[in-house]
Every structure is written in C-alpha cells, then in structure tokens.
Design a protein around this ligand. Structure first.
Ligand SMILES: [Mg+2]
Length: 429
C-alpha cells in the first residue's frame, strides 16, 4: 500500500514538473522568436508578411520598415491638415462643368464678398473677403456659386471621420470646416509608423474617399505644422523634422506667423525685420520696447517655440473678423461704421457655413496692445445681420468706455449651431 502511494506521489510530481517545463520552454521560445525577429529587422532584412501591419491603402510598406532602421525621435507629432480651396473645390467636385474654370462662392446681397475662390480664379487676383463686384472686374468670366453650407458640413464631417482613424477625437482640434490640427504622437511613438506615413495616408484617404485634396504640414508643434502646410499648397506635404524648426522658419517672411496682423508686420518691416529668422535673432529688449509683451511672444514663435497642445475639447469654433486702423480711432461713429462692415463679413461667413450664432463678441485692442473684450449672448441662435449688429453694438458700448483710442476692432460669433441639431453633434464630436 505504502509503495503504491509513493509511486502515485512520484507520478504526480513528475507530471507537474513536465507541465511546468513545457510552459517555460514555450514562453522562452516566444521570446527567442521575438529576439530573432528584432535582430533580423536590425540587420535590414525584409520583414515577412504578417509580422508588420499591412499597408491599408497602397502606400508603400517600406516606409514602415525604414522607420524601424532609421528612427527619428519626434517628441510630439502634430499634423496641420488644410483642405485646398475648400468651398469651391466641393462645387468643382460635384459639377464637372466647373472644373478647370474660375469659380467663386459668394452670396447674393448687395454687399456680397467672396467667401472662397478656386485656384483658377486666384490666378486673376480674386481673393477671399474681396467684394464680389471687384472680383468680377478682375475676372469677368468668373462663375459665382451661392454657398451650400449643408454640403460643406457633410464634406467636413467625412474628413473628420478619416482623422479619427488615426487618433482619438480629443486629439483632433477643428479650427474651421476645412482645417484641423491632429496630434498623432501615439501612432509614431514606437517606430511602427512615421509622421510622413500618417500624413500620406490621410491625404490619400481624403482624396479617394471624399474627392478633395488637402495640404498637410507635419512638425513637433502646432505653429510649425501650420506654417509648413501653407508653404506648398495645393496638395502639399511638408515635414519639418525635430531640430530643424528654426532652419525651416528662418527664410520665410514674418507674415507667415499665425496671428501676426498687417500693422505689426509693417512695424517689423520698418525695423528692418522681414524674415522670421531676423525676428528670431533680434534683441528681445528692443522688440518689447517697440511692440510690448507681444514682441516677446512673437519672437518665441519665430524661434519655433510653441508648446500649445492639440485640444479637441475646445468649443468647436468661432467666426471672426477684425480691422486694424491706419491711425488710432476714438470716435464712436467711426467705430460703429467699422463694426457694421465686420458684422456684414462675419454674418456672410455664418450663412455660408449654414450655422447660427448664440454669442456675439467685440474685441478692442488699445494702443498699448491691451485687449478689451465684451460679449452679448442670446437665448436663441440667429443668423440675422441686423440682430447680430445690434448685439455687436451693445457689446461695443460695454467695451468702449471713456472714448479710449482704439487701434484694432474685431467682431466674433461663437456658440455656433446648425439648424438641424443632430448634424451639429456629428460634426464636432
Ligand atoms: Mg483651406
């Protein structure tokens, strides 16, 4: 009996040890295989099918592989995607007769301005925000198309659907219907993909699925990505690798810095600063003397220093326009005249996008660059130009006190809503 028990115990221990050995061997085998495949990668051999992600859309697979052997260290990978001549491209896509011809999108009002111009129209000097009658003088054969907000929103919604294949919704920051920042760092972090690869795929998918072209800038900051996308339009792709930001920016004219207005540009020119590089290298103290604290901010941007995060949770967008006066203005009548003009412009844009606004704000920049801003909110959204003007005027009354001189006036609309509530949710989610 005792012998039987001993034998049984030995057998049990033997089986247990065997199972353990097999498990250990299997695990090691897996690790060995991993080590082996890494060595093969490092030696530059072609990965066998199945060990890497399949290319999704015909973009060459070697890019993925070259990223393994030539890793570039992107601390952040930010894309700025800007659809080319968006409004008119949508019309040219849908109506073949418009392709290759000068087209402008504009309303029918007496004071209509050009909301968008095709590249063919731009070659005649037609530009956005130009009064329509002026555009027609420059280009008499111009085809004028009324805006179609629903179609633009639909195209924009589809583009954002593509964006979400590459990053999470909170890392897509829509700036306008046709423009967004994407933080795709997670995609590129482990060398599984490069900034260029992601940018190419996005361009390819927008083109094949939506029939539009986009220009993309890829860099480690929003600022540099935005400048990059603007340098090779249309259908451009510009990568600015980490460490090369200031070299990339240096030769460009100062006007490329986002948010730098025409009057500041003029002052910089007067100081002999024409390129971003000159601004970046200028003595900070003298810059601050000339432009206030704004000067230091501008210089940091000129040096390519921008740490602003991509923030998809920001209230989706505002529509705004502003004017810098030749000489500072304190006269209320003159300010109201400028306000009327700006209100017309933003309302036109509002109607083009097919949305309504809940909030109207007015911003004033004082001669010392201080900003004063007041807003008026309504319980129901509107796109009526008179209602918006009245709201803007009361915001001006609240912000323009003691007849202070003003160097810049701006009007903005926010709390934008679509007439159909379900569309709104899908556009900005
Ligand atoms: Mg665009």
């Amino acid at each position: 009996m005792a012998v039987a028990i001993t034998v049984a115990a030995f057998a049990a221990v033997f089986v247990l040890v065997s199972i353990l050995t097999i498990v250990i061997l299997l695990t090691m085998g897996n690790q060995l295989a991993n080590v082996f495949s890494n060595v093969v990668d490092a030696l530059g051999a072609t990965p066998s099918p199945g060990t890497r992600g399949r290319p999704q859309d015909g973009v060459a697979d070697w890019r993925l592989h070259s990223a393994m052997t030539r890793p570039e260290n992107w601390p952040r990978t930010i894309l700025h995607v800007d659809l080319d001549a968006f409004y008119t491209s949508v019309h040219q896509r849908d109506d073949p007769r418009l392709r290759g011809t000068p087209v402008a999108v504009a309303g029918r009002s007496r004071r209509a301005v050009v909301m968008g111009a095709s590249y063919e129209a731009r070659s005649y000097g037609v530009r956005s925000a130009m009064p329509l009658h002026e555009a027609l003088q420059l280009c008499p054969q111009l085809t004028v198309v009324p805006p179609d907000g629903a179609r633009y929103r639909e195209a924009s919604r589809l583009v954002h659907q593509i964006f979400r294949r590459f990053t999470s919704p909170e890392l897509v920051e829509g700036v306008a219907l046709d423009e967004a920042y994407l933080d795709v760092t997670a995609r590129t972090r482990h060398g599984t993909s490069t900034a260029e690869d992601v940018a190419r795929r996005i361009k390819f998918q927008i083109h094949t699925e939506i029939g539009l072209t986009a220009s993309v800038g890829a860099a480690t900051s929003k600022l540099v990505a935005k400048v990059a996308s603007g340098t090779r339009k249309p259908d451009g792709l510009v990568l600015v690798s980490p460490g090369t930001e200031s070299d990339f920016l240096a030769p460009l004219p100062v006007g490329v810095i986002p948010g730098l207005g025409p009057k500041t540009e003029e002052r910089l020119h007067a100081m002999g600063l024409r390129t971003v590089g000159a601004l970046a290298a200028y003595e900070t103290q003298r810059l601050v003397q000339a432009l206030g604290t704004n000067g230091a901010v501008l210089q940091r941007l000129a040096q390519g220093r921008d740490r602003a995060p991509v923030d998809g949770s920001r209230p989706a967008k505002t529509i705004s326009a502003e004017t810098t006066f030749e000489d500072d203005v304190s006269d209320r009548t003159q300010l109201e005249r400028a306000l009327r003009d700006l209100t017309d412009r933003v309302t036109e844009r509002l109607k083009t996008d097919g949305v309504r606004a809940r909030t109207v704000y007015v911003k004033l920049k004082l001669p010392d660059f201080r900003l004063v801003s007041r807003q008026v909110s309504r319980t129901s959204p509107t796109d009526d130009v008179e209602t918006i003007f009245r709201a803007a005027r009361s915001a001006l009354e609240k912000s323009h006190v003691e007849s202070r001189p003003v160097r810049l006036i701006g009007v903005g609309l926010s709390g934008l809503e679509h007439p159909e509530p379900d569309l709104q949710l899908t556009l900005f989610d």
